[in-house]
Ligand binder design. Structure first.
Ligand code: FA5
Length: 346
């Protein structure tokens, strides 16, 4: 068989065989079988040296044409294989749009956050700024600068989680008052509320939690009075418990305010007539408040002859409990969806 015929046979064989190849890996092997270093063409090339010189160019031309032809078959088959791979992948990835989707539960704001935001909105509307402070606080800001020195008996009113002698988990949001007054370099007017978590070593029961939420309010200005305090708190009571509500102030004691008051709201359940909820008094206690003690103003660099202030602090859980008739404070912290879902804010 002459070389030309040999090459023609090889081309015909390759043309037929390449169609059987079904993967890229096999195709690469196929390629090296013909065109690789030890492939069929290397055998044919060896024949070149025995040919007479005048036949060599013709031989070379034929060989190159054969290589080109085989290469083309391989490339065509490569395209066919790659297309088949993509088609198979697409088939597998087909989405059945008629299948039912996965159900994702829709979350909602926790009741305590809702109440907090409602109160924040009310105060922002009255020109207050919302301030925050750290939950790990220093003794100086939580107690001392609020007129509660280390040996003060009123410290017992707030049983404390101490971290070191000087650091503690804040027992109320009042240290944010101190921080704001200290930070106010001009010692000018202040109008803030401070919402946040607080901690006390109280035994957990239906009305006490070792962690709860407070919202503190502080106004410092040249002319502030108990009348301003009362007007402000009446707005809070109406917003939280309905526009028919009234409030009353009773004398009380806090070291950081003088005079100090407890604030009661008229019972929404019986409209002040007396029922089980208000223990037949017609009133329910909602917060503590008072005029900022001169010593507290002075401890944070304010001139108490020029400035007065009022402050108040409320427990958010207790307000939520009254508003929605919840009889156990622990419900707020159990993450029981049957409870949480009852209070949608939509
Ligand atoms: C204070 O914490 C004062 N800092 C409030 C204040 C601020 C008074 C500014 C005057 C001026 P008291 O200890 O009463 O006060 O707590 C305030 C509110 O926190 C209470 O009325 C109550 O609603 C809530 N509270 C207190 N202890 C607990 C507790 N263990 N669990 C849930 N709520 C509590």
């Amino acid at each position: 068989m002459n070389v030309k015929q040999q090459l023609e046979n090889m081309i015909a064989e390759a043309k037929e065989q390449v169609l059987i190849v079904k993967s890229i890996h096999e195709l690469n092997e196929f390629k090296s079988k013909y065109l690789g270093k030890k492939g069929s063409f290397s055998e044919i090339a060896k024949m070149m040296k025995d040919l007479p010189n005048d036949e060599k160019p013709v031989f070379g031309k034929l060989t190159n044409e054969a290589k080109q032809a085989i290469n083309e078959y391989i490339n065509n088959q490569r395209v066919i294989i790659e297309e088949a791979i993509i088609n198979e992948k697409l088939m597998k990835e087909t989405i059945d749009v008629t299948l039912p989707g996965k159900e994702f539960g829709i979350g909602q704001t926790h009741l305590l956050t809702q109440i907090k935001e409602e109160i924040e909105d009310l105060f922002i509307g009255m020109g207050y700024q919302v301030m925050e402070g750290p939950e790990v606080e220093i003794d100086e800001y939580n107690f001392e600068k609020l007129n509660l020195p280390k040996d003060h008996p009123a410290r017992d009113m707030q049983d404390t989680f101490y971290i070191t002698d000087e650091t503690l988990l804040r027992t109320h949001t009042s240290p944010v008052q101190v921080r704001t007054m200290l930070d106010n370099s001009e010692k000018g007017p202040i109008k803030i509320i401070c919402p946040g978590k607080v901690y006390r070593r109280d035994d957990d029961d239906a009305t006490h939690s070792h962690q709860f939420m407070q919202i503190e309010g502080l106004v410092v200005d040249e002319k502030t009075s108990m009348a301003d305090l009362k007007g402000t708190l009446l707005e809070v009571a109406k917003k939280m418990f309905g526009s028919n509500r009234d409030i009353r102030l009773r004398p009380s004691y806090f070291p950081f305010t003088e005079p100090s008051v407890e604030v009661d709201v008229s019972c929404a359940n019986c409209n002040g007539k007396g029922c089980n909820i208000c223990k037949h008094t017609g009133w329910i206690e909602i917060l503590g408040a008072g005029m900022v003690n001169d010593k507290v103003l002075e401890a944070s660099g304010y001139d108490s002859k020029k400035y007065q202030g009022f402050a108040f602090g409320m427990g958010v859980e207790r307000i939520a409990m009254l508003k929605y008739g919840i009889n156990d404070i622990r419900m707020f912290y159990l993450n029981d969806l049957r409870f949480n879902k009852q209070f949608t804010n939509e």
